[in-house]
Design a protein around this ligand. Structure first.
Ligand code: 5GP
Length: 214
């Protein structure tokens, strides 16, 4: 069975979108599956279909999402038809979602067997500094995103991801290349972390947040 649904997750601020952009530039067969969201655009070319809550809830009732999630005050959902269209072309679908999204996809009979999943992590200081540099987060939403990261890391620490990479060295080109290689079946690509180490990282992030927001 070809693993042609590539899931990429990681705490907010880890640098996922930069790595995803590099993957899309460097592979002609990997296409991003664009999720629907009710959050506002950051105006930086972020890859979503932006819709309002009424439309999202209507879509949800019609059953168009393979999975959906409520995160930081907004809905996000993966449209089944968007995934199917990419797979029918013989391409691989790249899905950017949180740990809940992967859990939902792994529970879906149609899509579960296609999934190859990657989790990206970084040290708390690096995550914080990247979120600050975005200049789009209020102090409250920055704090919520950091705290969501704690929960996300704990879930990822349960071992649901195939490969875990660190973005600490800030080299998205190399990381994108390793992900492309792993997707083409290169078995010599290894994780930077064991899942159990993510639990320790989650504790470190909790400590960092407590110190920061005291
Ligand atoms: P952001 O607002 O920073 O673009 O995304 C917030 C979080 O939602 C990120 O962890 C991102 O990976 C995740 N996300 C984006 N689209 C989806 C989706 O369709 N489903 C789920 N479960 N998570 C998503």
């Amino acid at each position: 069975m070809k693993k042609n649904i590539i899931v990429i997750s990681g705490p907010s601020g880890v640098g996922k979108s930069t790595v995803i952009k590099e993957i899309l530039i460097n592979s002609s067969i990997i296409e991003q599956s664009i999720s629907d969201t009710t959050r506002n655009s950051r105006g930086n070319g972020d890859s979503y279909h932006f819709i309002d809550e009424e439309e999202f809830l209507n879509n949800l009732k019609r059953g168009i999402y393979v999975e959906h999630n409520y995160y930081n005050g907004n809905y996000y959902g993966i449209n089944k038809e968007v995934l199917r269209t990419i797979l029918q072309k013989g391409h691989s679908a790249l899905v950017d979602c949180n740990t809940a999204g992967l859990q939902h996809l792994l529970a879906d009979e149609e899509f579960q067997k296609h999934i190859l999943s990657f989790y990206l992590v970084a040290e708390p200081e690096i995550i914080y500094s990247r979120l600050q540099h975005r200049k789009t987060e209020t102090p409250e939403s920055l704090m919520r995103r950091m705290q969501e990261g704690v929960t996300d890391l704990k879930v990822a620490g349960s071992g649901i991801y195939n490969i875990i990479f660190s973005t600490d060295d800030g080299n998205p080109e190399d990381l994108a290349e390793k992900i492309i290689q792993a997707c083409s079946g290169n078995l010599h690509i290894h994780s930077d972390y064991y899942p159990s180490e993510l639990t320790a990282l989650s504790r470190k992030l909790t400590f960092f947040c407590n110190e920061l927001f005291k």
